[in-house]
Ligand binder design. Structure first.
Ligand code: ZN
Length: 274
């Protein structure tokens, strides 16, 4: 099912797939032809001139803990991916996990495609879990214009009111060997999840590099990288920490979700683990 990282098993759960828009609009500084090498490397991510992508979450299970990293697009969300309905609850059932078993739900950042199922219509996806998010991200969302703020906060408000959302700062251990690490830029409080267990290592990137082409071109900026310069700096630091090491690299927007970085000629590419 998933891939083993010491005491943990890491499994991608795809909430949905969708077309986000044209590459030219979403990556305004990147010339159209610059995408060509990546069309061959990652054909699943291209739909003509548009970016088609999965929206995945991750399950991290050991004998003692079951963690969910991110909570997907959620039920139909108005104008965001109107054609796509999230399937995370079904995906959990398919891998034999009862939401009651999940004891921690970590949110890498507070963008709508990562929190959708956290709590819908007052019902928590993981009734017994403690939810964890970044305080910096929460403050940032609260300061946005009301329409955007309410849309993002809606899946979180019940959690906040019931005291089940822990807002944290800095690096924290969310389970033995599992750390939530600040990787700011894509959002101000963006975090990645590092797993180190029995000599094996993995990182769940969150949206440090939303398209695998950015692993090869860390300087490319995505329209929704909230703080472009810190995003690029963080991307370089994170990539530098992975380079030359045997680290599993996971991102919910990559085809297959869980893989490794490889050098292919002068390129850094991402290859899913079969
Ligand atoms: Zn995302």
């Amino acid at each position: 099912m998933g891939i083993r990282i010491g005491d943990y098993e890491l499994t991608v759960l795809v909430d949905t797939h969708g077309v986000l828009g044209s590459l030219a609009e979403l990556f305004p500084g990147v010339p159209a032809e610059a995408w060509d090498p990546y069309r061959n490397l990652y054909p699943e991510l291209f739909d003509g001139e548009d970016w088609r992508l999965p929206f995945g979450c991750f399950l991290l299970g050991s004998e003692r803990h079951t963690l969910l990293v991110d909570a997907g697009v959620g039920p139909p969300q108005g104008s965001f991916l109107p054609s796509a309905e999230g399937l995370l609850p079904t995906a959990l059932t398919e891998v034999g996990v009862d939401p009651d078993e999940i004891d921690v739900c970590v949110l890498t950042h507070l963008h709508i495609d990562h929190i959708g199922w956290a709590c819908s219509e007052g019902r928590r996806l993981c009734p017994r879990a403690s939810y964890i998010a970044s305080r910096r991200d929460f403050n940032w969302v609260e300061g946005r214009e009301p329409l955007e703020r309410d849309r993002v906060l809606q899946p979180l408000l019940h959690l906040v009111r019931s005291g089940s959302l822990a807002l944290v700062e800095g690096t924290i251990e969310v389970a033995p060997g599992v750390q939530m690490v600040p990787t700011p830029g894509h959002t101000p409080g963006h975090s990645s999840i590092r797993i180190a267990s029995r000599g094996s290592e993995a990182i769940i990137l969150g949206d440090v590099a939303v398209h695998p082409a950015l692993l090869d071109h860390p300087e490319w900026v995505y329209l929704f990288d909230v703080e472009p310069e810190p995003t690029v700096a963080t991307r370089r630091v994170v990539l530098g920490g992975i380079e030359g090491k045997d680290v599993i690299v996971a991102c919910g927007h990559y085809p297959g979700g869980v893989g490794r970085l490889e050098r292919e000629g002068r390129r850094t590419i991402w290859r899913a683990v079969e």
